[in-house]
Design a protein around this ligand. Structure first.
Ligand SMILES: Nc1ncnc2c1ncn2[C@@H]1O[C@H](COP(=O)(O)OP(=O)(O)OP(=O)(O)O)[C@@H](O)[C@H]1O
Ligand SMILES: [Mg+2]
Length: 368
């Protein structure tokens, strides 16, 4: 650019840079009227350029108090505000979007104040990762407490079971009606024991044993087994595997348990007939950065069902140990899944629409 301003080639470059940015860019004149609204701004706000150009920002974003406050401060005082994060952008017909906002004054080469530029960045992905980390922290605390307690319960349970067995032997006739009571005692003690063992697993410090794991084979085996186990229902299992995914590093037993728990939950959410879809793919958009290393890509495994879905108010609780809506559920399945995914340094996400179905997404770093 020379002193006279931009020539047409410069302008074309500016336009294409602005139009290809993933951040929303909105420029305002000193009166707060919108003079520039790039494509990302249209996408993230749900407002078109035609609706926005020439209008006052205060009219267009009437309900966004914090955003307006930032813009007005920058317009009035001519100072910049960087990465203000606590804003939810409300959008017509879509879920609110968590964004970070930066506002900077625009000056002409002569130094006169010409308005401000607002840059909005979608931080929903960051928020999701933060939620996953919080969940994992909470889980490890509950797990440690529960395992301590479980240890105390296991010994007396052993005593109860032994006594019930001795009592059973006291009844001389094998078909004595009282035998039924001792059988129930033994069976229920075993059930409690199984739950306790799961709990202790949840808190156990045992690190995963990493070997080369063939995801396609594990998933294929689980489906084969589930087709048999779920014979009474009419469930279509659909497996779509990305053939380009080579064996990954992971703990085969733990990963099998993870997929099995999620697939079983999917089947249990289906009343009579439905489908469970399992998809694997490489996520090109997310990477794990390790200091001094090349970024590690993630592989994504989606397990989707068209069952009854999860009520909005339950979504936060489903990962909490013992939360269950099933008669004979332990409520430990998802807590264990969360731990397995965290132990593999991955992330577990859930999306659900009541009445339509549920999708669990597992992202695992893909070490070569
Ligand atoms: N795919 C799904 N569809 C609908 N609800 C689900 C799904 N997955 C989990 N849930 C809900 O989350 C709750 C907790 O799941 P979790 O796997 O932890 O325990 P559970 O399935 O109840 O018991 P367990 O896994 O021990 O049999 C379930 O009771 C159910 O309400
Ligand atoms: Mg379960």
């Amino acid at each position: 650019m020379n002193d006279q301003g931009a020539d047409s080639t410069d302008l074309q470059i500016y336009v294409s840079v602005l139009e290809n940015l993933e951040d929303a860019v909105i420029a305002l004149d000193p009166d707060g009227r919108i003079v520039l609204f790039n494509s990302a701004a249209e996408n993230s706000t749900g407002i078109s350029r035609r609706q926005s150009l020439g209008r006052k920002v205060i009219d267009l974003f009437r309900t966004q108090e914090t955003l307006l406050h930032l813009v007005q401060t920058a317009l009035r005082e001519g100072r910049s505000i960087f990465n203000y994060e606590d804003i939810l952008l409300h959008r017509p017909g879509a879920a609110p979007l968590p964004i970070s906002v930066s506002v900077s004054p625009i000056f002409t080469p002569a130094g006169t104040h010409e308005g401000v530029v607002v840059i909005m960045r979608d931080i929903s992905r960051v928020r999701e990762l933060e939620d996953a980390v919080r969940r994992a922290d909470r889980l490890s605390m509950i797990g440690t407490m529960a395992a301590g307690l479980a240890h105390e319960i296991k010994n007396p349970l052993g005593g109860i079971k032994g006594a019930a067995q001795l009592l059973g032997r006291e009844f001389s006739e094998p078909d004595d009606a009282l035998n039924e009571y001792t059988d129930i005692m033994i069976r229920e003690v075993e059930r409690v024991n199984a739950i306790i063992e799961e709990l202790m697993d949840l808190a156990s410090p045992r690190p995963p044993v990493m070997t080369e794991v063939n995801l396609s084979r594990i998933l294929g085996d689980i489906i084969l087994f589930q087709k048999e186990a779920q014979r009474k229902k009419n469930i279509d299992f659909i497996l779509r595997l990305d053939p380009s995914i080579p064996p990954i590093r992971g703990d085969e037993n733990l990963l099998t348990r993870l997929f099995l728990n999620l697939i079983m939950n999917g089947c249990e959410a289906i009343e009579n007939s439905g489908r469970v879809d399992i998809v694997t793919k490489v996520a090109s958009e997310i990477h794990l950065n390790q200091p001094g290393d090349r970024p590690v890509p993630f592989i994504v495994i989606e397990i989707r069902d068209n069952g009854k879905g999860i009520a909005r108010e339950s979504l936060e609780q489903i990962f909490t140990p013992f939360f269950t809506t099933k008669n004979r559920g332990s409520g430990l399945g998802l807590a264990i899944c969360q731990k397995i995914v965290t132990d593999h340094r991955g992330f577990l996400k859930v999306k659900s629409s009541p009445g339509k179905g549920t999708c669990f997404t597992i992202s695992l770093p893909f070490y070569r």
